[in-house]
Design a protein around this ligand. Sequence first.
Ligand code: UVW
Length: 318
Amino acid sequence: MTEALDLTELLKDAPSNWGKWGADDEVGSLNYLTAEEVLRGVAHIKRGELFTLQRLIGDPNGDPVWPGRTPAERTMVFDESSWDEGGDGPSFPGGLHYADDKMSSFLQGSTQYDALGHVWFDNLLWNGYDSRTTIGGLSKASVAPIAERGVAGRAILLDMARFRGKDSLDARETYTHEDLEACADAQGITIEKRDIIIIRTNHLQQFFEKGDAFYEDFCESGLVYSPELVQWFQDKEVPNLVTDTIANEVTHDPNNGAALVLHNALMRNLGIAFTEICDLEKLAADCAEDGVYSFFYVAAPLKISEATGSPVNPVVIK
Ligand code: UVW
């Protein structure tokens, strides 16, 4: 492939949900998660067992991030040494000491929800908002409306790594909606309309095994674009796509050379919320053991004004 196909050309006939939930909508396909859908999810709670899906921020083994981003940096402001001789610990009546810290981080530098306005092409983002609305902060389709709304419903885990008999999917390794259906069949479940789809690749194990070499010729494993795949997501009314990779899709499409096609076809055009960099290992091990791959999922990113994304710790209850 010499030159990548333009997203304008590639997605010219692609389905769109712009306007479907009104001219002011900022949460897109999360609108599918009505109260009825929340209760459909709750009905899957059988054992009362919780699984949290956030990766540790400040993992001593490293934090995987998109190239060009840096992991969060947490620094202590006050600790016991602040009250040593010459320290700057404030003095309070009664002798109070306390610990304080602060963090500097990319809002998309850990397990995160993307705002719907996070990506665009042709100067237009989700719902047709002008891309100039991103300047200085997302005045449209930031993460804050998703945070305000919250996310809850029935979710299913599709364990693509186990399905393919591998510890982890390789760089560039792709899968399609047909593979998702085949994986669901093998797991004995049906992908239902409005399910939150969680896909395990365990691809980031390679970040921990390879170190810096993970970023050489960076191309993650993931879903690969086709018009049929986009239509499948549209027909299934998928509200939220959750994965354990940095960007939820193969980084460079092997068929057309374009980068992050599905960020545009699914998030920008259909309004599907993306949750990235999850840790699905404990959940997947449990599902493999009890054979139950459907459960209740609940998450809410942080309410950060005009932000492009936000850290989150989604919770699954089985
Ligand atoms: C980009 O889209 C660049 O990053 P993310 O993986 O955070 O969506």
